[in-house]
Design a binder for this molecule. Structure first.
Ligand code: 13P
Ligand code: SF4
Length: 302
């Protein structure tokens, strides 16, 4: 393992490359990653990097977003199978039908969406800034897609806004049920339950804290409590256990694992970088329009 890590680090220097990794990735990848974080943090890093090559250890829409932000750079996705099931729930035509059903309403898309979808939305958001983005529009009604649960959760946090959501969802987060929360409450009565807003509202309404990947990690680090049940993807628990050894972290149930986030291995990262393979490209006209949508979000999130 050390050998391949050394080889990747050497290649990074030679090629002026940067490796971005989402917190849901296999934890070994952190050993070669320059930046590890949630969707917002990684898009902010992609927006300001001066590297020539970006290797994205994440899912397809993340690499696509990095390419839109860096049209002149090479963006590589180590395994092209790494799609996002939620992002694939809405395509261009479905978006146009949704907008036609509710005309003249500002449209917010979750960053977990395709470039074509972003190109026809007013602004995008991530789970960590969804509330801020919804507020920033100052509208009475907004359309939100694809994640119905994130949209409805954001609506609850902002007074006087009606959020009309598209019926998309994250299959991984929806594995968590209200019964699971009730069970862990009985088993660990002193634990705090921290949940991601992609979870069903029956779960988020029972949680002690609801926030993005980074939000959950920050809450756990700063809290005086010592035992936490984590209602999001397993990668977050793996990193919390590694980084906060004096606290206890319990994954709410074993199968909260996003299979698409787990494709990339260290070997895949080496191959992507060594042979500059699996390059992401985006149609120029679509990319230009999607960039406006992404940049609006980055501006509001500064
Ligand atoms: P965040 O990185 O914003 O927490 O989102 C989680 C997720 O599902 C990424 O696909
Ligand atoms: Fe997509 Fe859900 Fe996997 Fe995130 S966890 S990449 S939203 S399928």
């Amino acid at each position: 393992m050390d050998n391949i890590i050394d080889k990747i680090n050497k290649l990074k220097k030679e090629k002026n490359a940067v490796i971005l990794a989402h917190c849901y990735q296999n934890i070994e990848i952190d050993a070669v990653a320059d930046f590890v974080g949630d969707s917002l943090y990684l898009s902010q890093q992609a927006a300001k990097t001066d590297a020539d090559i970006i290797v994205f250890a994440g899912v397809f829409f993340m690499a696509q977003t990095a390419k839109i932000l860096n049209p002149g750079k090479k963006v590589l996705l180590p395994r092209l199978e790494s799609g996002c099931l939620m992002a694939d729930m809405v395509n261009y035509n479905q978006l146009m039908d949704f907008k036609a059903k509710y005309p003249n309403i500002p449209t917010v898309c979750y960053i977990n969406s395709t470039a074509e979808v972003k190109s026809e939305c007013d602004i995008c958001c991530t789970s960590s800034n969804a509330v801020k983005i919804v507020k920033s529009l100052g509208a009475e009604k907004i359309l939100f897609l694809p994640d119905t649960y994130l949209g409805k959760w954001a609506e609850k946090q902002v007074d006087g806004v009606k959020v009309i959501t598209y019926p998309g969802y994250c299959p991984t987060h929806l594995r968590i049920k209200a019964e699971d929360v009730a069970e862990v409450r009985k088993k660990y009565p002193n634990a705090k339950v921290l949940a991601h807003p992609e979870c069903h509202q029956s779960v988020t309404s029972m949680a002690d804290y609801v926030g993005s990947t980074t939000g959950i990690m920050k809450y756990a680090a700063e809290s005086k409590d010592t035992q936490f049940v984590i209602a999001t993807e397993k990668g977050v628990v793996d990193r919390l256990k590694r980084d906060l050894k004096d606290k206890e972290f319990i994954l709410i149930k074993d199968n909260v694992v996003c299979p698409n986030m787990k494709w990339h291995t260290i070997d895949d990262i080496y191959n992507a970088l060594a042979y500059e393979q699996n390059e992401i490209t985006v149609d120029e006209n679509i990319a230009k329009k999607a960039l406006v949508c992404i940049n609006r979000m980055l501006e509001v999130s500064k």
